[in-house]
Design a protein around this ligand. Structure first.
Ligand code: NCD
Length: 308
């Protein structure tokens, strides 16, 4: 097993499949009345969040607690980071406290990689800038596999603000490793020119959402990340929704078995309408539940739970 999980590219097909299979076993535990396993008793997991998060932070906390680890939640607000303490000094503090795993979210792309040089424990990237979010890609893959029965050969359309999306990057890397075919869809201003070839050969780019819908098994809608947009990338929210938003009539063009995903948080009415988000095809709530099982599997396997 790998020591850190920093990128979707850290996972080969065997390792990714082992994580998904272990997550399925963890899901069985989450269905019990007592949702706890003793696997990580006595180990310490630190959640180090320098950027806002709802789902990911709560999900990692629930995952570590269900494995009986001691959990320390650290958020940049209210800590010495607000006094200007550097990431390195914070890392050395965590090291001194004996953290076995550090789960980190940071606005700077690459911060988890630096952290991995400074601590002895495992580092899990919970989202770094516009770069990567590998556990989101794993929970998305888990959700596709459990809804559609396989990953190899699936056509997955990843739609919207690809430029700012760490979810898209990690998904392209992981899905192509697992044999799915990814098409990036969005306005040309929000799809970096060389991204498809740079991430994974075989990834397609298409600027016409209506053209990809009839052959998609999965449509993954991305949030339009206005907080990361200094300039204007499209004429107006209305225009964006008209061309790239998923509404009921577009959803009707999908094959019958196709599913609609979104990592959250959603801009309802912009990239996705409530009618679609709340429809039976939508896996949005399932993705959140699966996130706990997948993160349990990641922490368990990284911390050596399988050889203890
Ligand atoms: C995403 C993130 O923070 O990268 N959300 C998440 O982790 N569920 C996507 C987003 O912010 O749009």
């Amino acid at each position: 097993m790998i020591r850190h999980l920093l990128s979707g590219a850290d996972l080969d097909a065997d390792t990714a499949t082992q994580i998904l299979d272990t997550a399925a076993e963890m899901a069985a535990v989450s269905g019990r009345e007592v949702k706890k396993l003793p696997a990580l008793r006595g180990r310490t997991v630190v959640n180090l969040f320098y950027e806002d998060s709802t789902r990911t932070r709560i999900s990692f906390e629930a995952a570590a607690k269900r494995l009986s680890a001691d959990v320390i939640n650290f958020s940049a607000k209210g800590s010495s980071v607000a006094k200007g303490e550097s990431l390195k000094d914070t890392a050395l503090t965590l090291q001194a406290m004996g953290a076995d795993a550090v789960v980190v979210r940071h606005p700077a792309s690459g911060a988890p990689h630096r952290l991995a040089d400074w601590v002895d424990g495992s580092v899990v990237n919970a989202g770094d800038g516009t770069h990567e979010h590998p556990t989101q890609a794993l929970l998305d893959a888990y959700t596709m596999r459990s809804r559609l029965g396989r990953l190899a050969g699936l056509s997955v359309a990843v739609v919207g603000d690809v430029l700012h999306s760490r979810v898209a990057r990690s998904n392209v890397l992981l899905l192509s490793t697992l044999g799915a075919k990814v098409t990036l869809v969005g306005p040309p201003t929000l799809i970096p020119l060389d991204i498809a070839a740079a991430l994974a050969p075989g990834t397609d780019v298409c600027y016409d959402l209506d053209a990809v819908l009839p052959s998609a098994d999965v449509v993954m809608m991305l949030r339009v990340q206005r907080e990361r947009m200094g300039d204007s990338y499209f004429p107006s929210a209305r225009e964006y929704a008209r061309r790239y938003g998923l509404d009921g009539s577009r959803m009707a063009r999908l094959p019958e078995h196709a599913i609609v995903m979104h990592p959250g948080p959603m801009n309802r009415g912009m990239e996705i309408t409530p009618e679609v988000a709340d429809s039976p095809r939508s896996t949005i709530v399932e993705q959140v539940a699966n996130g706990v099982s997948v993160r349990m599997a990641v922490l368990y396997l990284l911390l050596g739970g399988n050889n203890r």
